[in-house]
Design a protein around this ligand. Structure first.
Ligand SMILES: Nc1nc2c(ncn2[C@@H]2O[C@H](COP(=O)(O)OP(=O)(O)OP(=O)(O)O)[C@@H](O)[C@H]2O)c(=O)[nH]1
Ligand SMILES: [Mg+2]
Length: 217
């Protein structure tokens, strides 16, 4: 994976797409990475991934987004899929109630394989098909609130909220990463003070992490 590392990028983040087969994971990714959409897309077999460089708070981030099969029989080994992932889009189809009911199953998997600080955004896709809607927006919002996730409805077909949902996830991952590195610096400072040395943490670094991140719907 030589091309995974890019000199001019400040960070490389891995994120995953999860959710039932047919909810539109691959099309959300192709819309985000290549601005492409396919009405006749085939179910994903195994694992695929795509990259896109994106600017967040003045930093250039290389987002590596992994996409796998919703169908159990096509899924690659789950633990390796999640390894190192800092964000996840948990996707259901607003026109297929079963894909919403199955979110419980996906939560169990997230709990088993996802990291503790993982940023999860719940995504109700196919918002262009409002006339066939089986899951109300309020239900998705309520589910997300209960689990502490952000929530958005998207349409990969109409390119609605696709950029926004990926950007929100990547921004939250970035902010958490900054927070963690600041905490590490603070700990280091404490240790240094205890041992008689001193280091300084820049004021701008502290203020950056204080910026609020809001969840839009
Ligand atoms: N109307 C509409 N159709 C969509 C949208 N997103 C995806 N689709 C269609 O839904 C079908 C399944 O999309 P995929 O992206 O292949 O679904 P997936 O979640 O990757 O499925 P698996 O790979 O089997 O897990 C395709 O026919 C897409 O064209 C959307 O936003 N609106
Ligand atoms: Mg797919």
């Amino acid at each position: 994976m030589d091309d995974a590392y890019d000199e001019e990028c400040d960070y490389l983040f891995k994120a995953v797409l999860i959710g039932d087969s047919g909810v539109g994971k691959s099309n959300l990714l192709s819309r985000f990475a290549k601005d492409e959409f396919r009405l006749d897309s085939k179910p994903t077999i195994g694992v695929e991934f795509a990259y896109r460089n994106i600017k967040v708070r003045d930093k250039l981030i290389k987002a590596q987004i992994w996409d796998t099969a919703g169908q159990e029989r096509f899924r690659a080994i789950t633990s390796s899929y999640y390894r190192g992932a800092m964000g996840a889009l948990l996707v259901y189809d607003i026109t297929r109630r079963s894909s919403y009911e199955n979110l419980r199953k996906w939560l169990l998997e997230l709990r088993d394989f996802g990291g503790q600080d993982m940023v999860v955004i719940l995504v109700g896709n196919k918002s262009d098909l409002d006339q066939s809607r089986e899951v109300e927006k309020e239900e998705g919002k309520g589910f997300a609130e209960k689990e502490g996730f952000c929530f958005m409805e998207t349409s990969a077909l109409k390119n609605m909220n696709v950029e926004e949902v990926f950007l929100q996830m990547i921004t939250k991952v970035y902010d958490i990463t900054r927070q963690r590195s600041l905490e590490a610096k603070m700990n280091e400072k404490e240790i240094n003070i205890l041992s008689g040395k001193e280091i300084h943490v820049g004021v701008d670094e502290v203020t950056t992490t204080k910026q609020a991140i809001c969840c839009s719907t």
